[in-house]
Ligand binder design. Structure first.
Ligand SMILES: [Mg+2]
Length: 248
């Protein structure tokens, strides 16, 4: 069957995190959270140190709970709703949707700066576009704006026909529904006419469940607690540009 489209995972497939380590990852969130807290101080929602401490404690607690639930149920709570929920729990003043989104964007702003494209990302996307393929990004990320901002920053957003995030869709990979939704946005009807390329379990297992052809990009760094892929019929590549060899 002729291939009509390619869906890319974002993190560690198209882009990588500079000096990736759990410590750097957590640090970028810590810095982001302090920006959101500054904003809440500016608009007089947080008025003293006591409230600030309570806020940070509650935010951390709910974020960790959401994270655990998301692994169990594949559900995603977008960061703007996390801020809404934390302010509500603490009985603090309600904000409007625009303000919750602004807090989420500040929270992710440090993380956004750490993502850089892989050496062959742009070249590969150019090669695929020359073949007139539909292209998509499908990312498990709690803030949709962040993914679009990063793609825009490196001038690659226009390559894609759709950007799908778990933040906007509500569930995460490996839920097959988010893959089918992406295919629908691309206008590709038959999942067998599309490749899913990613670096981990959710990409390969989810893509497989949705009926897509799957390609594992074998990143060099290892993550803690990786889930093993219990399949054999998927392609493995060591460089993103190798995908061009698999499109006839
Ligand atoms: Mg990834």
């Amino acid at each position: 069957m002729n291939i009509r489209g390619v869906i890319f995972d974002f993190g560690f497939t198209l882009f990588e995190f500079k000096n990736a380590s759990v410590e750097n990852y957590l640090n970028s969130y810590r810095q982001g959270l302090s920006k959101s807290v500054d904003k809440l101080k500016n608009i007089k929602i947080i008025e003293d140190n006591e409230i600030e401490k309570l806020f940070i404690r509650q935010f951390t607690k709910q974020r960790n709970t959401n994270f655990k639930n998301s692994i169990k149920t594949n559900s995603e709570i977008p960061t703007h709703n996390l801020f809404r929920s934390v302010l509500e729990t603490l009985g603090l003043q309600k904000l409007n949707n625009y303000q919750y989104q602004e807090l989420a964007d500040l929270y992710h702003s440090h993380e956004e700066r750490q993502w850089v494209p892989l050496k062959n990302t742009k070249k590969t996307l150019e090669g695929l576009k020359k073949k007139h393929l539909k292209l998509a990004v499908l990312s498990n990320h709690p803030n949709h704006n962040s993914i679009e901002n990063i793609l825009k920053k490196y001038n690659v957003l226009s390559f894609f026909d759709t950007i799908v995030t778990s933040a906007k869709f509500g569930t995460r990979k490996p839920d097959p529904e988010i893959f089918l939704h992406t295919l629908d946005n691309m206008g590709v009807k038959d999942p067998r006419a599309c490749f899913m390329i990613g670096d981990e379990y959710g990409d390969i297992i989810g893509g497989h469940r949705a009926g897509l052809k799957t390609i594992l990009y074998k990143r060099r760094i290892k993550f803690p607690f990786e889930r093993e892929i219990s399949l054999t019929d998927y392609i493995q590549i060591n460089d993103i540009s190798e995908i061009l060899n698999h499109i006839i």
